[in-house]
Design a protein. Structure first.
Length: 429
């Protein structure tokens, strides 16, 4: 091994790294460009983000106000007259109880290079509100739908057990009137089945701080992995069910500006995963080249820089295939097929150079460890760094043990003196 040869190998490595960064940037661009467009398509086809606000209740209170208006008398002179006018004020009525049952079933949908967390939701709420004794007129009720892009199958709105025809523009929600006497309580129920995207939230109030009385919400999932939306309340109790979890929020009296929110489990996204694997590829190739150079120093595998060029190209083929196979195949099958092709290229090439036995034993085994296993570690989010670190330390240990007795002066010989210099040195001695 000479310094010139090693420099050529490093140059090949640098050029391949540039190609990887270019490929990785293209994958990121494809993912972000199509992701924003397809997310909107999924929202329109399936349903948007659900943020179910608690229904509101109020009554109208009338009062008489005196207004001064400018007028003219019979002679045309300006005069000011006082006029009494009846106006109506909207007075909010707090809910006396809220009992909600929600069932979430996840149904991931894939568009392009991304999986979207879609779900179906069954919502049923039983609420009550009391008309103040000093109030006159019916109790007004309003229920806002959680998403303007959603569809609501089996929607029912009943007051005291009787279905009512919701009035007002349904695009703004459903409104109805409860004909209760002052001091009496109206019980109303709302139910529907719909579909949503990414996360589900229940809002005590759209903004500000709300006072909640006699509240309970039971949420059943058919999935085990989930998270809570940042800034939301944790459940007061939870227990495992046959398919997932049953989460419960129970409050006798609560004043809070926080709401309830659950983030559905994220499926492994091919686009971001492929980009991370591609950007990490130079590290894998560096380990692979280091092992082959060390094997050359030990006399097991002596390769020319052109051999390294074709080996680097075979490494690159894995990520190139993976980047475009994930559009059409599952990420696991695309990974397996790309790894098989890449290893096949390396082994079939090196068998012509040094024989099948050494091609499989040295190059094939090293490629499996540094390309396949290192890349597959990205499938285990949270453990990737640890897996790569363990592999790197193990590789360092093996190389140190194999090369501990190597005379590096023989491997990288210095420049020998010319014949004239040798004669001069001999004469001086």
């Amino acid at each position: 091994m000479t310094v010139r040869k090693l420099t050529a190998i490093l140059f090949i490595f640098a050029c391949t790294a540039v190609a990887w960064f270019t490929l990785g940037a293209s994958v990121v661009h494809r993912t972000s460009k199509t992701g924003s467009e397809l997310s909107q398509d999924v929202s329109q086809l399936w349903g948007g983000h659900h943020a179910q606000a608690a229904p509101t209740a109020w009554h109208w209170r009338s009062r008489t106000v005196t207004k001064q208006i400018e007028d003219t008398d019979e002679q045309g002179n300006a005069v000011t007259r006082e006029v009494e006018e009846e106006v109506f004020e909207k007075v909010t009525v707090p809910l006396t109880s809220s009992h909600v049952d929600v069932d979430l079933d996840v149904e991931h949908r894939r568009k392009g290079l991304l999986w979207h967390d879609t779900y179906t939701v069954d919502f049923a709420g039983r609420y009550s509100a009391r008309l103040p004794e000093i109030a006159a007129g019916p109790l007004q009720l309003h229920f806002a739908f959680p998403s303007p892009q959603g569809i609501y199958d089996g929607f029912t709105f009943s007051i005291d057990g009787k279905n009512v025809a919701a009035v007002a523009d349904l695009s703004q929600g459903a409104s109805a009137q409860a004909a209760v006497a002052p001091g009496e309580e109206a019980v109303f129920e709302i139910a529907y089945r719909s579909r949503g995207l990414d996360h589900w939230r229940y809002l005590f109030t759209p903004s500000g701080v709300a006072q909640i009385n006699d509240f309970s919400l039971s949420l059943d999932t058919d999935f085990a992995d989930f998270d809570f939306v940042p800034g939301t309340l944790s459940p007061t109790s939870k227990r495992r069910s046959a398919d997932g979890w049953t989460l419960e929020w129970d409050f006798a009296s609560l004043v809070s500006g926080q709401n309830i929110g659950i983030d559905l489990p994220n499926k492994l996204n091919p686009g971001p995963l492929t980009a991370r694997i591609t950007f990490f590829a130079p590290v894998s190739l560096l380990f692979f080249i280091t092992v082959l150079v060390m094997l050359g120093a030990l006399g097991h595998l002596d390769l020319h820089p052109m051999h390294y060029f074709f080996l680097a190209a075979a490494f690159f083929s894995f990520h190139l295939l993976l980047a475009y196979l994930v559009d059409h195949l599952s990420i696991h099958f695309a990974f397996l097929l790309s790894a098989t092709v890449s290893i096949g290229l390396v082994v079939s090439y090196l068998r012509l150079v040094c024989g099948l036995d050494r091609a499989v034993r040295y190059a094939g085994a090293a490629q499996f460890v540094f390309l396949v296993l290192f890349s597959y570690a990205f499938f285990f989010e949270g453990y990737t760094g640890l897996a790569v670190t363990v592999g790197a330390v193990t590789t360092l240990f093996v190389l140190m043990q194999l090369t501990g007795r190597v005379n590096w002066e023989d491997v990288f010989p210095g420049r020998r003196p010319s014949a004239e210099m040798e004669l001069s040195l001999a004469a001086d001695s």
